[in-house]
Design a protein around this ligand. Structure first.
Ligand SMILES: Nc1ncnc2c1ncn2[C@@H]1O[C@H](COP(=O)(O)OP(=O)(O)OP(=O)(O)O)[C@@H](O)[C@H]1O
Ligand SMILES: [Mg+2]
Length: 496
């Protein structure tokens, strides 16, 4: 710290700080004027009552509807609170303890500066201006220590601009304790709401549903094992009575040799397990829908309603790359043309396209930009998030590249709010798939015959008990430990 700064009195420093923050200086000026006009006591009394009333309204709002409260007010309040009372409060000590301060040739010690804090339901993003002598690597090396200090599950780093980085801390994981049951099956086709096909839960614990009426075509991006399969099986399950009746038909391409969907071939209208057959299937799909388009056009019908005579036709492609990048040129060229046609021309006649891809690049999914609904599960690279959800999605909180491998089925979707929604699909086990296929293909089967996988209580207390380690022959003399100061922590989060 320079000698000039040392000479400042605390009051001058506070004054300078207020002057640097226009919003704070606006409030203090306003309060000062009110005090001069109405007097100190009435101003403080009115301000106090106002603040208490605002807290009361906020708490009630949060209790009644946490998601909207969070969207409009909660995230701002939390960002403010965490900026000043969590990140700022410990910042100088943290930067000094983790070696993030630099000393210039005059001996002045400088710490990087916190510029902004954003807070979403699960993550905080702290924008930091690095000191001139620092580089990104300095922060990368101490990410674990920063996460530990701020009690975060994980920390990661993004470069925003030269000299400006964002430290992203995951505060909590909503799906650690949230069990997601398979939604119960609609009893009949009348109970299937195509605009609300429930397949999982969102970060707030609300049902998460896909809307096949307005969301139309869907792309699932996620690395191998990220749980794309459970999303697609979940959708089939939500549509089961209509599949059984024949008012929804599934045209399924599984270019990985039927690994994902082979078990369901009996309930699919068409099934292909190689790129050649997949192309043939897509040709037939477009022919059927072209014919329907012409037919409905002749009848002057502009909006299609699925019936067994004219079903909703869903084209499913489990791995786009198997039909594009990894297929022969002749196949991929024709497939790209046909799939583009399927996406752009058959909305009004009941055509839908649903596809999965491990790496959402343009080479793998050339029609990416035409697909309106995208869901990004765990991906290998940060860049895959914006490739899927669009520019800036990761910056707004879709940290799909940071989803733990232990959380398959978790992903992010775009949402009407600013922040992408973290969601998890229910898990459809092999037994659930077998029962679903049986239900859809056996005329006399009813939904009551369909079992669902519920939580097996394998997280019993016994699993959580860590047995006392047998220390064997390691003997410690207490005297040896006297000089070590034991950190007793500030377990504020453990205080009930
Ligand atoms: N929603 C879920 N909840 C819990 N576990 C799940 C969920 N979805 C998938 N899993 C687990 O993760 C494993 C991998 O899932 P899945 O096969 O769906 O991945 P994938 O993304 O389709 O991978 P690939 O691209 O290799 O086909 C499953 O075998 C299952 O054990
Ligand atoms: Mg799969």
């Amino acid at each position: 710290m320079s000698s000039n700064e040392n000479a400042q009195t605390p009051a001058r420093r506070v004054g300078k700080w207020i002057a640097r923050h226009p919003r704070v200086s606006g409030v203090t000026t306003g309060l000062g004027s009110a005090c001069a006009y109405f007097g100190l006591v009435p101003t403080l009394l009115t301000t106090g009552i106002g603040v208490l009333a605002a807290i009361g309204v906020g708490l009630t709002w949060r209790a009644v509807d946490a998601p909207t409260f969070d969207r409009f007010a909660g995230r701002l309040v939390r960002a403010w609170w965490r900026r000043w009372f969590v990140y700022y409060r410990k910042w100088q000590v943290v930067t000094s303890n983790t070696g993030l301060t630099t000393v210039d040739k005059h001996g002045t010690t400088r710490a990087p500066r916190i510029r902004r804090v954003r807070s979403s339901w699960c993550w905080d993003s702290v924008t930091v201006r690095m000191t001139p002598a620092q580089e990104q690597k300095d922060f990368e090396q101490v990410l674990g220590r920063l996460a530990n200090t701020y009690r975060a599950r994980t920390a990661s780093l993004r470069t925003l601009k030269p000299g400006l980085v964002s430290l992203d801390f995951q505060r909590f994981e909503p799906f650690d304790d949230m069990f997601i049951p398979l939604a119960s099956l609609p009893e009949s086709t009348a109970d299937v709401d195509l605009s609300k096909l429930v397949i999982g839960k969102d970060q707030y614990g609300r049902d998460y549903a896909i809307d096949l009426v307005t969301q139309l075509h869907i792309l699932f991006a996620g690395t191998t094992g990220s749980g794309k399969g459970s999303w697609m099986w979940g959708l089939f399950r939500a549509l089961a009575p209509m599949i059984k009746e024949g008012s929804v038909r599934l045209w399924v391409i599984d270019p990985k040799g039927g690994m994902e969907f082979g078990a369901g071939r009996a309930m699919f209208h068409r099934f292909a397990e190689s790129a050649d057959d997949g192309l043939e299937l897509t040709r037939e799909y477009t022919q059927v829908l072209d014919a329907r388009k012409a037919e409905l056009g002749r009848q002057g019908i502009r909006q299609h309603t699925p019936t067994p005579e004219q079903p909703m036709e869903i084209l499913v492609c489990d791995e786009f790359a198997g039909m594009t990048e990894f297929a022969d040129n002749a196949i991929s060229n024709e497939f790209e043309k046909l799939i583009g046609q399927a996406i752009t021309q058959y909305r009004a006649v009941g055509g839908r396209v649903m596809g999965a891809v491990q790496e959402p690049s343009k080479d793998n999914v050339p029609v990416r930009g035409l697909i309106p609904t995208k869901i990004v599960l765990r991906v290998e690279e940060a860049g895959h998030v914006d490739m899927t959800l669009g520019e800036g999605a990761r910056e707004r909180g879709a940290f799909a590249d940071q989803i733990s491998e232990s959380l398959p089925g978790v992903g992010y979707v775009k949402h009407e709010g600013r922040e992408p929604l973290r969601v998890r699909a229910a898990y459809t086990s092999d037994a659930d798939i077998a029962a679903l296929v049986d239900y859809c293909t056996t005329p006399e089967a009813t939904v009551t015959t369909l079992p669902t996988t519920w939580a097996t209580d394998d997280t019993s207390d016994e699993d959580d008990v860590i047995e006392d380690a047998d220390d064997g022959d390691v003997m410690l003399d207490l005297a040896d430990l006297e000089h070590i100061e034991v950190y007793d922590g500030e377990d504020e989060d453990e205080v009930a």
